[in-house]
Write a protein that binds this ligand. Structure first.
Ligand code: FA5
Length: 350
C-alpha cells in the first residue's frame, strides 16, 4: 500500500478508537472525511498525479482505507448512541433509560377474561371444548338432522377427513357443541360458560371468519325464562353499565324452544340509528345490534345429552365476544374487521 495512505489509515484508526464521546467522533469525521479539507479526501485527490496501472492501484487502495475508516466510525457511533460507552468514557447514570416496548393482551383476550369473571360470580364455570368437532355435536345432536335447512345459517367449514361414527369433522361454527359435551359428563345441575373460537365463511363490516362466542348453559329443575332474563340483566349491567338496554326478540333455533335473539342499544349512535351528521349509523342502521341467541333447551337436546327431560330443563345462550365488546360504552369501533387487522396503532388503544 502507498506509504502515505498507510500512515494516514493508522493515524485515523488510532484517533477514532480513542474518541471518548460522540462530539469528538464527529470532529474526527470532519477531520478525515470532510468534503473540503478532510485529510483522506485531500489524499484521494492526489489520484490526479498518477496514470495507468498506478492510478488504478492507488484508487483501489484509497477506497479500501475509506471503507475501513467509515466502518469504524459507524461502530463507535453505535457504542455511543445506545449500546453503551467504552471503558473510561463519561456516562450520565441519571439519564432516563430506553424502555423496551411493552405488550399487552389483545382486546378480545381482555374481554374473554372479563366475561369469565362476571359469570364466575354467579356460579358459571368456564369450560372449553374442541374447536375441530364432529358434526353430531355441532348439528345433529342439537336437533338438526343431516340435510336440515337450518344448518345453512352456520356457513360451516368442513374438514377434508374421513367420516367417523359421529359424522364429518367441522370447525366449530358455534359454541353450542359445548352444550352436549357438558351434558355428557353426567353431572347435574349444570352452570357452564364455554368460551371458544368459532369459524364461518363470512366477512363484512359485522362479520369475520374467525370469531369467539360465549355459550351459557343452565340445567336444573324448574328453570324458567325469568331466570334467563335475570342472568342477561345481571351480565349487561356488569359489562356495559346501567345505561344500556337489551331486548329479547322472538326467533327460531332448532335447539331451543322458545327461542330469542338478544339485541343491545347501539353504543355508536346511542340507540337512535342516526349519527350526529344525520346519516344512518354505519354499524347498526336501526339503533339495535344483535349480540346473540338464546332460549329454553329443547327436550330433544336434553335427550341427546343423556339428561332426563321430564325432571330437568334449562336455558342456553350463545353470544359473539367481538360484537359484545364492540358495544361497550365509549368504544367507537364501527367495523369488526379492524379487530383482526393487526394494526398496532389501533390495538395499542385497548
Ligand atoms: C348461534 O350461533 C347459536 N348457537 C346461539 C344460541 C346458543 C342460540 C344457545 C340459542 C341457544 P347465531 O348464528 O345468531 O347463533 O350467532 C350468535 C352470535 O355470534 C351472533 O349474534 C353474533 O354476535 C356472533 N356472530 C355470528 N357470526 C359472526 C361472525 N361471522 N363474525 C362475528 N360475530 C359473529
Amino acid at each position: 500500500m502507498d506509504n502515505n495512505l498507510e500512515q494516514l489509515k493508522n493515524q485515523a484508526i488510532e484517533e477514532i478508537k480513542k474518541a471518548v464521546d460522540i462530539n469528538q467522533l464527529r470532529d474526527l469525521e470532519i477531520k478525515y472525511l470532510g468534503r473540503k479539507g478532510g485529510e483522506l479526501t485531500k489524499m484521494m485527490g492526489q489520484i490526479e498525479n498518477f496514470s495507468g496501472e498506478e492510478r488504478k492501484r492507488f484508487g483501489a487502495e484509497a477506497n479500501e482505507v475509506k471503507k475501513i475508516i467509515i466502518d469504524l466510525f459507524e461502530q463507535r457511533k453505535n457504542e455511543f448512541e445506545g449500546l453503551g460507552a467504552p471503558v473510561g468514557a463519561l456516562i450520565d447514570v441519571t439519564a432516563p433509560g430506553i424502555l423496551p416496548p411493552e405488550g399487552h393482551l389483545h382486546m378480545i383476550s381482555q374481554a374473554i377474561e372479563e366475561i369469565e369473571e362476571i359469570f364466575k360470580k354467579i356460579g358459571f364455570n368456564r369450560v372449553r371444548y374442541p374447536e375441530v368437532e364432529w358434526d353430531w355435536y355441532a348439528f345433529e345432536g342439537l336437533n338438526m338432522p343431516k340435510d336440515h335447512p337450518a344448518r345453512d345459517e352456520w356457513e360451516t367449514f368442513f374438514i377434508d377427513a374421513p367420516e367417523g361414527e359421529k359424522g364429518k369433522m367441522v370447525l366449530t361454527p358455534h359454541t353450542s357443541n359445548g352444550q352436549l359435551r357438558e351434558m355428557e359428563k353426567g353431572k347435574l345441575p349444570i352452570r357452564m360458560i364455554n368460551i371458544s373460537k368459532t369459524y364461518r365463511r363470512q366477512s363484512d363490516i359485522s362479520h369475520v371468519p374467525m370469531f369467539h362466542q360465549f355459550e351459557g348453559l343452565y340445567i336444573d329443575k324448574n328453570v324458567t325464562v325469568s331466570h334467563l332474563k335475570g342472568v342477561f340483566d345481571y351480565f349487561v349491567k356488569q359489562f356495559f353499565g346501567s345505561k344500556r338496554e337489551i331486548r329479547l326478540r322472538p326467533y327460531h333455533f332448532q335447539f331451543t324452544e322458545p327461542s330469542f335473539e338478544i339485541d343491545i342499544s347501539c353504543g355508536i349512535c346511542g340507540g337512535s340509528g342516526k349519527l350526529s351528521d344525520g346519516n344512518k349509523c354505519r354499524l347498526c342502521k336501526e339503533g339495535w345490534l344483535e349480540l346473540g341467541g338464546a332460549g329454553m333447551v329443547h327436550p330433544n337436546v336434553l335427550k341427546a345429552g343423556g339428561v332426563d327431560h321430564k325432571k330437568y330443563n334449562g336455558f342456553a345462550f350463545g353470544w359473539g365476544v367481538e360484537r359484545t365488546y364492540m358495544m361497550k360504552a365509549g368504544l367507537k369501533i364501527d367495523d369488526i374487521r379492524m379487530i383482526y387487522k393487526n394494526d398496532l396503532r389501533f390495538l395499542e388503544q385497548f
